[in-house]
Write a protein that binds this ligand. Structure first.
Ligand code: 13P
Ligand code: SF4
Length: 336
């Protein structure tokens, strides 16, 4: 990228001005002048290369609103990627999300701007671990959260997301399974177990962001901000869920706020999502919680531009694993 292109020109100011109108609370004018030229150049280049940018709800607002073509929760991004006619997918999220896109669109070039953008849940279990679990519990179906590697998905019977986990477990119950194995998030599994008669064998993984929230945090929040509406992601511990007014995936929480417009709300989830919701819902006072996912925060505008220019780093998965990993994802879609 040449120095000229990164200059905050009149053209950049004109094109990004309306967006800055919505993001003024998030960025000072000086900061915006460093971000806007990247937004301008990324948007130009992605058209030239027929690339689509998928931005997860945890991206910072400059990425989420500035360059994201499709925004949403982890599953929604992959589904929309599969439906797109772009040649290149730039995954602005973490590695398992890019792998899910590759599994659903193997013919496309799937690029992640930083290969090190991992996930504590995905890293807590391997395909070998799942094989061992199946040996220990023969005949018991394995439900794996989408926050897993392609290898883990390939060994699983069905996937789930935070939005459909209960539905998937209950569907297996109706198929005659009184017990299922759920990997890798112990809190998601415990939260589902509290709502179903199906017995759940739990793997001991956690999200390094959501595990930090406590019931005490929520109680203090309510004391500090009387009347506040509390939303929590199901990766939070059950004691947090018990204190929340609403629980759902990132997309479900977003939809809830859009639809109900509470006067004041707090999200027990990654902090950028509050910024993104605040920008889209000026009538809702969002109180931030400040738990940041270091993996998600690896994805920045300069890295996205570099990835677009280099058309890499590309996510590659063995064709046989893609074939096997697609089945549990498709089964999830059929069951939910
Ligand atoms: P969602 O599927 O709800 O977007 O969650 C993904 C994630 O990584 C939450 O921490
Ligand atoms: Fe993984 Fe947690 Fe980060 Fe989501 S927030 S990507 S579950 S570490």
């Amino acid at each position: 990228m040449s120095a000229e292109r990164l200059t905050y020109t009149d053209e950049v100011a004109k094109e990004t001005g309306p967006l800055y109108g919505r993001l003024q609370k998030q960025y000072s004018p000086e900061r915006w002048q460093t971000l806007a030229p990247y937004i301008h150049e990324i948007n130009r280049l992605k058209k030239e290369k027929n690339a689509v940018i998928l931005a997860h709800n945890y991206m910072t607002p400059d990425v989420f609103y500035g360059v994201g073509d499709v925004v949403g929760d982890s599953l929604m991004l992959a589904q929309k990627a599969a439906a797109s006619d772009a040649d290149i997918i730039i995954q602005c999220g973490v590695h398992f999300m890019a792998e899910t896109s590759k599994i659903l669109c193997p013919e496309k070039k799937v690029i992640i701007p930083d290969m090190e953008a991992g996930c504590s849940l995905a890293e807590s279990i391997t395909g070998e671990d799942v094989r061992r679990l199946k040996e220990q519990h023969p005949g018991i179906p394995v439900v794996s959260y989408v926050n897993t590697s392609a290898d883990v998905k390939a060994e699983s019977d069905v996937c789930c997301t935070s939005s459909n986990a209960l539905k998937i477990v209950e569907a297996l119950g109706r198929e005659g399974h009184d017990t299922v194995i759920m990997t890798p998030d112990k809190y998601l599994a415990q939260n589902v177990a509290a709502q179903t008669d199906v017995k759940i064998i739990i793997w001991d993984g956690t999200c390094m962001v959501h595990e930090r929230f406590t019931a005490e945090d929520v109680k203090k929040m309510r004391a500090d901000y009387p009347g506040i509406f509390v939303l929590a992601h199901p990766e939070c511990p059950p004691e947090v869920m018990a204190e929340a007014d609403y629980a759902g995936s990132t997309a479900q929480m977003d939809d809830y706020i859009k639809e109900h417009q509470p006067a004041r709300a707090v999200l027990y989830t990654e902090c950028s999502m509050s910024d993104n919701i605040a920008a889209a819902n000026p009538g809702v006072e969002m109180i931030g919680t400040c738990q940041m996912c270091p993996h998600m925060k690896r994805i920045t505008l300069p890295k996205i531009l570099k990835a677009l220019r280099n058309e890499g780093p590309e996510v590659r998965i063995d064709a046989a694993i893609i074939e096997r990993a697609r089945r549990p994802i498709e089964r999830m879609l059929a069951l939910s």
